[in-house]
Design a protein around this ligand. Structure first.
Ligand SMILES: [Zn+2]
Length: 329
């Protein structure tokens, strides 16, 4: 009799757990332009970035599905029909690239955004999918983050700052900005976070017999002011403004930008290949009206490989275009 009760107890426990597994239980925070996200308080990494389009946040299908509790074997993609199917216990969801129709257990709903493909990655409108699996979805403007968590549960916290740092004539550095740990690179200071990628870029160039050196890296506000004042005395105020940033408005103060001397003297290899290492030519020729700066073939900004690849795939020449299109104002 005791034994029978024990079996009954185990049976009930298993059945209850099986039912409970269908309920939302994950907590996730995705940030626009950030290839890292937080899943149940642990940092995870993606091979691309979430972005916003027409006010809707898009997340790569695989990661969004994982957050909803759907494993790889329950995600299917049909390249022929361009349909993604997600399956979780009682909930079956189907979305089609370019279509606003959402099929949910045989019912059709109309979404206000359609899934997209960007360089072989399928992105889904986050809110529609997460809400279909009964998650609560919230947006935080200060950090440009989407928070996905079970209804009635404690909301996970979002990062304090946006992931993408845009510094230009209309976007000064945040008042409390600190460049973090700086390291030496051939006699110039740069952010520690870009040292390995810069080394990789220089080594790849070296294999093509292109020798690169850095001739400017991190500058503090005081150094930036000296450079600006010197240019004013040489060129006058107007010309100086087109060539040099005012203190507080220079990418060099981030520690994420470097000026590079290219001994092949045309920067053509760098222009074409730097994105593979996470760098972009920041002030390209023909984009002067967008960046606010004269063509500077030598100035490169580190944005990380996922963002640089995303920009490359979308043919985005400037960080401004990328930022205003995919990150928001
Ligand atoms: Zn520069």
């Amino acid at each position: 009799m005791k034994r029978a009760l024990l079996f009954l107890f185990i049976f009930l426990t298993i059945t209850c757990n099986a039912q409970a597994s269908a309920l939302p239980e994950n907590k996730a925070v995705f940030q626009l332009g950030n290839d890292k996200y937080i899943l149940n308080e642990k940092e995870q990494i993606m091979d691309t970035i979430p972005f916003i389009s027409n006010g809707r946040v898009f997340i790569p299908v695989r990661y969004l599905a994982h957050v909803c509790g759907i494993e790889d074997n329950n995600i299917s993609w049909d390249p022929g029909t361009q349909k993604v199917t997600l399956n979780l216990d009682h909930k079956y969801l189907q979305l089609k690239v370019g279509s606003k129709q959402l099929f949910e257990n045989g019912q059709t709903a109309e979404m206000d955004a359609a899934p997209v493909i960007i360089s072989d990655r399928v992105f889904l409108p986050a809110r529609w999918v997460a809400e279909a699996y009964n998650y609560k979805v919230e947006w935080t403007q200060t950090s440009k983050a989407v928070i996905i968590y079970p209804q009635g549960d404690i909301k996970p916290s979002a990062p304090e700052k946006p992931a993408v740092l845009l510094v230009n004539k209309t976007h000064p550095l945040p008042a409390a900005y600190a460049p973090g740990t700086l390291e030496d690179f051939n006699g110039y200071q740069i952010s520690k976070s870009i040292k390995d990628p810069l080394q990789a870029l220089f080594m790849a160039a070296g294999k093509q017999s292109i020798n690169l050196i850095v001739n400017s890296g991190y500058r503090d506000a005081e150094r930036q002011k000296q450079i600006f004042d010197q240019r004013v005395s040489e060129l006058g105020l107007q010309a100086a403004k087109a060539a040099v940033a005012l203190p507080g408005f220079s990418e060099h103060q981030t520690g994420l930008a470097v000026d590079i001397v290219d001994d092949s003297n045309n920067y053509s290899w760098l222009k074409v290949n730097s994105w593979r290492y996470g760098f972009i030519q920041r002030y390209p020729e023909g984009s002067e009206d967008i960046t606010g700066y004269s063509y500077e073939p030598w100035h490169f900004r580190y944005v990380g490989i996922p963002t640089a690849s995303f920009m490359h795939a979308n043919n985005m020449q400037t960080l401004e275009e990328f930022f205003y299109t995919y990150i928001g104002e």
